[in-house]
Design a protein. Structure first.
Lengths: 321, 741
């Protein structure tokens, strides 16, 4: 760990300003990911901006039937929130599928959004990694890539976003609210929040330097059956090999409306609206899977994710039907 | 006492309700869970320690061309930077303990190349990151599969690498039913909770190491040899240990580095490995490639058994995984062949881990037996019963006690084995459900040990020996043995272990700890009893010790009074004797597992598991069961998830933390139980006990693998049986089904 300075601002505005002014500043909330990375010198912030005392820890109804989740709401609190449990089941299930009880008690909503990849080579500073050291290459390509992406990857990076929560947020069409150093607020749709790696895998989100997440807004509940199916290597505390967040409404034994988002497949939660349309149109899981997996490419040890996605989707849809 | 003849009646036989065997809670359990049992890194005795941090090589093969340490030396708090250019002179390699920072050659990834000592841990770690290195890198050799053509026969270790009896090749070719299969197991990491850690302190020319170590006397010898100092000047202290699983059988590099640096900075130096360093700086279990060939007649009687195993070793070392050793003793067949070969690769030091040999050997062999049973349409238990040997088939000597068949029978009854269906036929919702079993066998060695007991004037007893407790319950069972021998409650027994200042003991490893150390203590107590009776002039005939008193005839004396104002000491010693070779010494058992396999995703979940074991006299019903289910849990890990993945391009284990290297967690271990059949082994040791520490893992994973087959009809021969492999098998099976229909 490199020496760093530590700031504990009292207002959101102050936090954003410190982060914008200081080079290589990082916000810290639960620290469940950042501290690990700092110990390995993968993250080497010069300033830590502790946001834990900012007033961003409330869950509140929005005026239009949705829910505004403060950036600092802990994963376990969010999963236990009565409205989340009742009306956003896919989110509650995704949260509880992630990490361990201890970690969920610490990890925050914004921190989970910004959780970094588990790519083995990103975590090993003796290996090339374009995400950690831009321009150095990608050791995962041609290496052991069982947990890597099969969709939306590039020649620079085949890392995945490891979050479960993000997949559910994508299915729910959540939006991310932010404030920048100048005090300007903006709203970023979840679809645009996480980026594909392209040539700049080190840039993972749409956030600008100093821009701070204040809340995640869930639109009004999506009717239907909520399922989060996480395919994992052990029963607890394992990242998804593949996961499916599904919200399906049926009518007359056929899907009438469908939301499908996938984890473990790409650098961001993966959602193909055309697949949902195909499902509603044909009622066939295969038709949806074909659309989801369009352009899918394995890199060797992760080839299995392609058939696994198809099989998991089929099983989830059969379960809901 | 040398074990030259079977043990007759002993005081432990007299009292079925005595302390020995009682399910007493572990003495140090509460201390550990409340943070009051200091581990090596937490010992406060050495004052004002400096902190060390190990810098490892970023390549797996080649040479250091240049190394710049200026920035590290100038970094805040730094006291000393030790490299190959500045390291003090050292002695020779001892067993698998290597002198550190020797020259510029890099043999494996993360091999220590510098050691930074600073005022704080953070300063040492930050300074280590400032060291820059230029390498002349060579292409590492790190794939066992690729190196198969250059494997060679290793030097004899504790056992011969090869064995042969009769004419295996001829008998195999002539056998009406033949099985020829290859199984592979991956590299594994011990994954003990407490990392390797040492505080080194020099007191003049004497070295004290507070270090997390399973075998202190062996460790002391290695440290002395590597540092080239007399053994008497080295003291190892290891009072509480947070797991070892074999990785602490020997001192690891951090102990050598701390000892060297502490002398230079003239201050105690403490160091712990990071979790990542545990994967490369410490030892690990080699991968294996195993070929099993079985020849049988139509009734299942084996005529030919062959088990060959290939493993890897770090350059300059010839450690081999003795996968096929247990096969030499397990089933009858007149024609037999076992063989071990190794390749030297650019991998970290391979060494003992959780039942070295048996654990991975039985993963292969016990599945091969299941495959043969399936081929013969025979129940797997029946196949094993038909090949039960009358004596050890290769050694040609009787077993001390062998209750494999009763274990299998009792396990079948308790588990409901008769409900097992044909492969791939039982389904519950999305789950395909299957049952599997395996035999378990583990060598039961006896190691030289000695003990000192001291009866104090207040009637309490102090036990001293350089034994260790790695979380197994040693403190507790030693108190139970001494208590029952002396007629004292455990509260009156003070067990002092974990220090080479005490009489030499076996340490904890190879399932020999309780039997060896416990026997030395038994002998010491027996000697103390005699000495007390003699001192009191009491008739030893019919004498008994109970309720804190010695009783003989119409006399009854309080032990404290007999001890006198000075107290009374006695020593005891145990050594293996002629019985070692005159009998075959094994513990036996049988595992039963029920798994569910998700028919879509291939995820495997254990549903319930039972182990039925024999371990001679059980010293503590609770710690014995805990050890057994702990071993079984590691068997679940080996079957389903444990896999240190080597990237052969860089000689690096890529998944080097406990988020990515999976061991079973609570949610993976549902209903699990272990039971012990009554047994006394009078040829093992005076306690008539057998080793249990590793029996639980032996064969456990094979029972799961066989259950996966029974659930799905898919046979996987590449451990661990992760969902991608199972799903691929299910897909192929569906493809065949589709083509047929």
């Amino acid at each position: 760990m490199k020496a760093f300075s530590y700031e504990r601002p009292k207002t959101v505005q102050e936090a954003a300003q410190i982060a914008a002014e200081r080079p290589n500043a990082r916000f810290i909330a639960g620290g469940t990911n950042l501290l690990d990375l700092m110990k390995l010198q993968i993250e080497t912030p010069r300033t830590l901006v502790d946001v834990n005392r900012l007033p961003l820890d409330q869950v509140a109804d929005t005026g239009d039937g949705g829910l505004r989740v403060g950036a600092l709401v802990r994963n376990s609190e969010l999963a236990a929130h009565p409205r989340v449990r009742r009306e956003y089941g896919v989110l509650a299930k995704a949260l509880l599928a992630g990490a361990s009880g201890q970690l969920r008690n610490k990890a925050t909503t914004a921190g989970n959004l910004l959780q970094r990849t588990r790519c083995y080579y990103f975590h090993d500073t003796t290996k090339p990694c374009n995400k950690r050291a831009p321009g150095s290459g990608c050791a995962a390509i041609g290496g052991y890539n069982r947990i890597m992406a099969v969709l939306g990857a590039s020649e620079s990076c085949i890392a995945t976003n490891p979050s479960d929560m993000n997949v559910a947020l994508r299915a729910l069409d959540a939006t991310v609210e932010t404030v920048d150093a100048g005090g300007a607020a903006r709203t970023i749709p979840i679809a645009d929040f996480h980026r594909l790696p392209g040539d700049t895998p080190e840039i993972e989100t749409a956030l600008e330097p100093g821009e701070i997440i204040t809340a995640v807004v869930l639109p009004k509940p999506v009717p239907g059956t909520h399922v989060y199916r996480k395919v994992r290597d052990r029963a607890s505390y394992a990242f998804a090999t593949v996961s499916v967040a599904a919200v399906i409404a049926h009518e007359g034994g056929r899907p009438k409306a469908a939301r499908l988002a996938f984890g473990g497949l790409a650098h961001k939660p993966w959602r193909v609206e055309a697949a949902e349309a195909a499902l509603v149109e044909t009622g066939q899981a295969e038709a949806a899977a074909d659309r989801v997996l369009e352009g899918a490419k394995g890199y060797g040890s992760n080839d299995f994710k392609i058939p696994l996605t198809r099989r998991t989707l089929r099983a989830v849809l059969a379960e809901i039907a | 006492m040398d074990m030259n003849q079977p043990v007759g009646a002993t005081p432990l036989d007299n009292r079925p309700d005595g302390l020995v065997g009682k399910p007493i809670d572990r003495y140090e359990g509460r201390l550990k869970v409340t943070g009051r049992a200091p581990y090596a890194y937490e010992v406060r005795e050495p004052r004002d320690p400096a902190y060390g941090f190990i810098l490892g090589a970023g390549i797996a093969s080649g040479r250091i061309r240049a190394l710049q340490v200026g920035a590290a030396r100038r970094a805040p708090g730094v006291l000393y930077v030790m490299t190959h250019e500045t390291v003090p002179p050292q002695g020779e390699k001892s067993e698998q303990v290597f002198p550190q920072l020797q020259g510029t050659e890099i043999r494996h990834f993360d091999q220590p190349i510098a050691f930074v000592v600073a005022e704080t841990f953070e300063q040492a770690r930050a300074a280590a990151a400032l060291i820059t290195v230029q390498y002349d890198a060579a292409t590492p050799k790190a794939s066992l599969r690729a190196a198969l053509p250059e494997t060679f026969k290793p030097k004899k270790a504790q056992t011969e690498p090869d064995s042969a009896l009769g004419d295996f090749e001829g008998a195999f070719q002539a056998a009406p039913v033949r099985l020829d299969v290859e199984y592979t197991t991956p590299p594994q990491i011990h994954a003990q909770m407490e990392p390797h850690a040492t505080i080194a302190e020099w007191r003049g020319d004497r070295l004290v190491l507070h270090t997390s170590n399973q075998m202190l006397n062996r460790g002391r010898k290695s440290i002395a040899t590597v540092l080239a100092i007399p053994e008497e000047r080295v003291r190892l202290v290891s009072r509480y240990i947070g797991g070892g699983f074999g990785s602490k059988l020997q001192p690891q590099p951090e102990a050598i580095l701390a000892a060297l640096a502490a002398r230079v900075v003239n201050r105690p130096v403490k160091v712990a490995m990071t979790r990542q360093q545990e994967f490369h700086v410490a030892t690990h279990r080699t991968p294996t490639i195993q070929r099993v060939r079985l020849g049988a007649d139509e009734s299942g009687r084996l005529s030919a058994i062959s088990h060959e195993s290939w493993s890897d070793a770090t350059p300059g070392d010839q450690f081999f995984e003795t996968s096929a050793n247990v096969t030499r003793s397990l089933y009858a067949a007149p024609n037999r062949l076992t063989r071990h070969r190794i390749a030297n690769l650019n991998v970290p030091v391979t060494s003992s881990m959780r039942a070295p040999g048996e654990a991975v050997g039985q993963l292969a062999f016990e599945c091969a037996m299941d495959e043969l049973a399936e081929r013969l349409n025979l129940d797997p238990i029946e196949l094993r019963v038909r090949n039960e040997p009358a004596q050890d088939p290769e050694k040609g000597v009787p077993f001390t006690v062998r209750q494999l068949v009763p274990c299998m029978r009792e396990g079948a009854r308790l588990f409901g084995w008769d409900r097992r269906q044909a492969a791939g036929t039982r389904r519950e919702g999305r789950w395909l459900v299957g049952l599997g079993m395996s035999a378990a066998a583990r060598l039961n060695p006896l190691m030289p040990s000695s003990a000192l007991v001291r009866l104090n004037p207040d009637g309490t007893l102090t036990v001293r020996m350089a034994m260790t407790d790695i979380g197994t319950g040693t403190y507790t069972i030693l108190a139970q043995i001494a208590g029952e021998m002396m007629g004292l409650p455990v509260e009156k027994i003070r067990v002092e272990i974990g220090d080479t200042a005490y009489p030499a003991a076996a340490g904890s490893g190879g399932s020999f700890g309780a039997g060896s150390a416990g026997s030395a203590l038994y002998v010491a107590c027996d000697n103390l009893r005699r000495a007390l009776l003699a001192k009191a002039g009491m008739n030893p005939e019919g004498a008994d010790f109970q309720g804190g008193r010695a009783v003989s005839g119409n006399r009854s004396e309080a032990l404290g009074d007999l001890a006198g104002p000075e107290g009374l000491e006695a020593r005891g010693e145990i050594k293996p004797g002629s019985l070692k070779e005159a009998f075959s010494h094994y513990s036996f058992g049988a595992h039963f597992a029920e798994v569910g396999v998700d028919r879509d995703t291939g995820e495997v979940r254990l549903r319930r598991m039972l182990g039925v074991f024999t371990g001679g006299r059980i010293l503590n019903a609770k710690t014995a069961r805990s050890q057994a289910i702990g071993g079984m849990t590691f068997g679940v890990g080996a079957a389903l998830m444990e896999d240190a993945v080597m990237d052969p391009r860089s000689g690096t284990f890529v998944n080097r933390d406990l988020a990515e290297y999976h061991v079973p967690v609570h949610a993976d271990i549902p209903a699990i139980d272990a039971v012990f059949l009554p047994e006394l082994d009078d040829k093992a040791n005076p306690l008539k006990s057998k080793g249990l520490g590793e029996l639980g893992i032996c064969g456990a994973g094979a029972a799961l693998a066989n259950a996966i087959y029974n659930a799905t009809g898919v046979r996987i021969r590449d451990y661990p049986m992760t969902l991608d492999k199972v799903m691929k098998g299910l897909e192929e099976q569906e493809g065949r089904g589709a083509r047929r229909s």
